[in-house]
Design a binder for this molecule. Structure first.
Ligand code: PFF
Length: 446
């Protein structure tokens, strides 16, 4: 049933993979998720744990995910099935389907937040043209705004994805990321000169070591790290499968992780001081140590930061939110590609139909989230990032770690076993990563 490898679309270069994978990793998780979580979890303590968890667990998990996809050269459901070998075929398939559900969960809330970004970009544009009423409406959160902008965003993503891997994904991904990076750096420099910023910098950079062992903090940091590197739903696996075999995956993974973490770090260095600048100016930002408004606050803080720049601020605001919308788009694409590749390869549906079918399902899911926003929005994010993604990573560790030893399906690794460094890494994936993950889980449960 699955189409032969020769007809499979793929990235045309190694750089194509890097750009697409970085495009997947860098998104709302970095600029909205990370600073919000850091602000809610003690700033420096969160940053500290986040870095540790990224190095110890998220990077190896990313490696395992890309590796499985690259070896199998198939969509995540078939790839996991193959990686599990004949005996555990069914388990592999079920895990693949769970990942697919995770990708849909991700899309259901992600498209809503991305819609907020689009609305804010347009708001700046309307304000620039003096149409203040509409600008105000666009920058104020409301159900109607969600109902309009979520579908707009979903359609934009579908439009790119149905063009295929090379023409669509490779060409679009990562194009504007250097601009986003420069803009973040510029904004950080600006905010650090404002009154009150120093307090934010101190909170962000100086960890309170009494907090670093708090289970809630550790699990949030871990979930955030997995989410930020797009691990556990098959998005990176499918990109790995579009890359030719025989690449140095370790190096690729390290560069993607470094870039992603650097952008998250910068976003924190922008937003946490910005919160304190706003507080200094009399705005209420925290209540009982938590950010007000479930992560929506940064959508008030950022516009007031841009407003403080005078009329240039409107252009900055427009560009910033446009770039964020694009960053969100490249992340959405990789998640959408998970069910799409499955439908195309295993269910024989053509790419166009598969794309629109998945988009329609995402639309329904996001509308349900909008209808029961208070109940579902935070819950879906939490279920995905703190349970589903880490559990899927555990599964990847077991698959790669143990199959590595036995050397059955994932053949390249078995051949490379003579290499001492790789052998040590194999040991690390096989024992250390799963045990560490299980300890974190037990720690949270009790
Ligand atoms: N890594 C993306 C972000 O930080 O915004 C989110 C993401 C994309 C998660 C793709 C999962 C995924 F498959």
């Amino acid at each position: 049933m699955s189409s032969p490898t020769t007809t499979r679309d793929s990235f045309h270069s190694r750089l194509g993979f890097i750009l697409a994978a970085a495009g997947s990793a860098i998104g709302l998780g970095n600029i909205w998720g990370f600073p919000t979580q850091a602000a809610n979890n003690g700033g420096g303590a969160f940053l500290f744990v986040y870095l540790i968890v990224t190095i110890l667990l998220a990077v190896p998990a990313l490696y395992a995910e890309v590796y499985i996809g690259n070896q199998a050269q198939k969509n995540p459901v078939s790839a996991l099935m193959q990686a599990c070998g004949h005996r555990f075929k069914k388990t592999g398939r079920n895990a693949g389907i769970i990942g697919l559900v995770g990708a849909m969960m991700m899309l259901s809330f992600y498209t809503i937040v991305a819609g907020w970004m689009l609305a804010h970009a347009l708001s700046a544009l309307f304000e620039l043209f003096g149409i203040i009423d509409i600008a105000n409406w666009l920058s104020t959160s409301s159900t109607l705004r969600n109902i309009i902008f979520t579908p707009i965003f979903i359609v934009l993503g579908a439009f790119i994805i149905h063009q295929g891997v090379h023409a669509g994904i490779e060409r679009w991904s990562g194009r504007l990321m250097p601009v986003l990076l420069l803009m973040l750096i510029g904004l950080v420099i600006y905010i650090l000169q404002q009154d009150g910023a120093q307090e934010g910098v101190a909170l962000y950079l100086i960890p309170d070591f009494n907090q670093v062992l708090e289970p809630k903090l550790i699990i949030s940091a871990m979930g955030q790290a997995f989410f930020s590197l797009s691990i556990g739903v098959g998005g990176m696996m499918v990109y790995g499968s579009y890359m030719k075999k025989g690449q140095d995956i370790g190096k690729l993974v390290l560069s993607i992780a470094a870039l992603d973490t650097f952008i998250a770090f910068l976003a924190g260095l922008l937003i946490i001081p910005a919160l304190f600048v706003a507080q200094h100016a009399g705005q209420e930002v925290f209540s009982e140590g938590n950010l007000i408004g479930e992560g929506q606050l940064i959508f008030q803080i950022l516009p007031s930061l841009f407003a403080s720049m005078g009329s240039v601020g409107l252009i900055v605001s427009f560009s910033f939110f446009t770039l964020l919308s694009i960053a969100a788009l490249t992340s959405t694409i990789s998640s959408t590609e998970v069910p799409v590749s499955y439908l195309v390869e295993d269910r024989n549906i053509n790419r166009k139909h598969a794309t629109w079918l998945v988009s329609a399902m995402v639309l329904i899911a996001s509308m349900i989230l909008i209808a029961f926003f208070d109940l579902l929005f935070g819950l879906v994010i939490q279920l995905l990032t703190t349970i589903l993604q880490p559990l899927m990573s555990l599964f990847y560790f077991i698959v790669v770690g143990w199959v590595w030893q036995r050397g059955n399906q994932l053949t390249d690794i078995a051949q490379l076993q003579q290499d001492r460094k790789l052998k040590a890494f194999g040991f690390y994936l096989r024992y250390f990563c799963p045990i560490l993950l299980i300890i974190v889980f037990i720690n949270v449960a009790f």
